[in-house]
Design a binder for this molecule. Structure first.
Ligand code: IDP
Length: 149
């Protein structure tokens, strides 16, 4: 489901339910956590990420040693992209998400409850969430260009 445009008077964030979560059937659970917190799903799409999308999305990480692993992980199966909307939703969804490393992420957070370390060096941590309103705007344009006017 997509909409023609997003309400400019409300805050939005971008989440990616990453391929490991898609394969493990965690899409509904992760979306439910956002909805239970009171946020609204404004756009939702199952996507096979392209190299260009990932380079744009992870521009700050492209030159890092782990980028090849990260890109392989993010293209290992479809993922789900969603725009989540609500008051202070960027900060709120980052709280729901938890820390980057699955083993250290707080229990009760999405990554703390569902993220697993596999010992492979790839950090399979279930979900991406925008880290600032500016990042959200940039990332929504990458995954939902039709929503940006
Ligand atoms: P975040 O997703 O918690 O905001 P970032 O530092 O922006 O964390 O990293 C983006 C993504 O890159 C992480 O979610 C994880 O999938 C991957 N990543 C980060 N650091 C490493 C690493 O040291 N090795 C492998 N993958 C990493």
């Amino acid at each position: 489901m997509t909409r023609s445009a997003l309400d400019p008077n409300t805050e939005h964030t971008l989440i990616l339910i990453k391929p490991d979560a898609y394969r493990r059937g965690l899409v509904g659970e992760i979306l439910a956590r956002c909805e239970r917190k009171g946020y609204v799903i404004s756009a939702l799409s199952v996507v096979e990420a392209t190299p260009d999308q990932l380079e744009a999305h992870y521009a700050e990480h492209v030159a890092k040693h782990f980028y090849a692993d990260l890109a392989r992980y993010m293209m290992s199966s479809p993922l789900v992209a969603a725009v989540i909307t609500g008051e202070q939703v960027v900060a709120g969804v980052r709280c729901l998400t938890g820390g980057t490393q699955p083993t250290q992420a707080d229990p009760g957070t999405i990554r703390g409850d569902y993220g697993r370390d596999w010992g492979s060096g790839t950090v399979e941590n279930v979900i991406h969430a925008s880290d600032s309103p500016a990042s959200a705007e940039r990332e929504i344009a990458i995954w939902f260009p039709e929503l940006v006017r």
